[in-house]
Design a protein around this ligand. Structure first.
Ligand SMILES: [Zn+2]
Length: 282
């Protein structure tokens, strides 16, 4: 498989899985990874077939072993494009996927050792957060709706309010997602973007008119990663503490899961992050 390693991420191939790890988080000893094709993590009950669901859960178990985290303490919110961030303040009794109090939730934060936070995407932005001072992690799903509803801001607020984190200490890693080169929208979404972010005075930096498509419909490209960076920096996150892998899911569709590139049977990649624990899986 093509190697996606760059200055920010390392592409690894281990235990049959292909995945990326952020060099900064490796340096700090934080267990984490973002998975690539061919594995998928489609766990939405009622949306995926039972067979695909079972395979996805098995993929989580196998992948947790590869990155040496306890799958029994894995928590995954069900991600419905909200801006809701919840605190995981109790050790789960078993693997918790898209259930319980984490329904209608798109972001999770915790300071519990051994808990793994998971999220998944196929074009949307996933943010992995880490405060090395307060030892707090976060895992945020931010599609364009979540980005416009400022879930990134809510994540930083949760870490401040619940754990006393200081924004200047927080590290944010941006996983592969669809980038400005391929995130094409119609006027409706472009208008919401303008209305939401006019206050930044930077609309021209992240909205670009592309032209008309074959049907004569006007199209724009939006840079949701830049919007996310602006939101984070407004919250006090330092520019040098934002580690963006810079990888477009669509441009790299041979390796990265992409909803827009792969169509209706698309697979989801997952990002997992865990605070250090001494427990082994076996
Ligand atoms: Zn692209």
């Amino acid at each position: 498989m093509r190697d996606l390693s760059n200055d920010v991420v390392l592409h690894r191939s281990e235990g049959g899985f292909e995945f990326l790890q952020f060099r900064k988080l490796l340096e700090l000893g934080v267990k984490h990874a973002y998975t690539l094709k061919p594995h998928f993590f489609n766990t939405r009950p009622g949306v995926v077939s039972e067979e695909r669901y079972e395979q996805s859960v098995k993929n989580y178990i196998d992948f947790c072993k590869v990155i040496d985290v306890d799958y029994n303490k894995l928590v995954k919110a069900n991600q419905t494009h909200t801006n809701c961030v919840k605190v995981v303040d109790m050790l789960p009794e078993k693997m918790c996927i898209e259930e319980g109090k984490y329904v209608d939730t798109d972001g999770l934060v915790t300071n519990l050792e051994g808990v793994s936070l998971a999220s998944c995407n196929a074009d949307c932005i996933l943010l992995l957060l880490y405060d090395p001072v307060k030892k707090v992690i976060g895992n945020i799903h931010s599609g364009w709706r979540g980005t416009f509803a400022k879930i990134a801001v809510n994540a930083i607020k949760s870490m401040k309010e619940k754990y006393g984190c200081k924004p200047q200490d927080i590290i944010v890693c941006i996983c592969p997602s669809i980038r400005k080169c391929h995130f094409e929208v119609n006027e409706d979404v472009k208008t919401i973007c303008e209305d939401t972010f006019a206050y930044t005075n930077r609309l021209n930096d992240f909205i670009e008119y592309v032209g008309k498509d074959e049907a004569g419909t006007d199209k724009w490209h939006i840079d949701t990663v830049l919007i996310t960076r602006i939101l984070l920096e407004d919250e006090g996150i330092k520019d040098e503490n934002i580690f963006d892998c810079g990888i477009c899911s669509y441009c790299n569709k041979d390796v990265v899961n992409s909803c827009r590139a792969d169509g209706k049977n698309y697979g989801l990649g997952t990002a997992v992050i865990s605070l250090r624990n001494n427990q082994k899986n076996s």
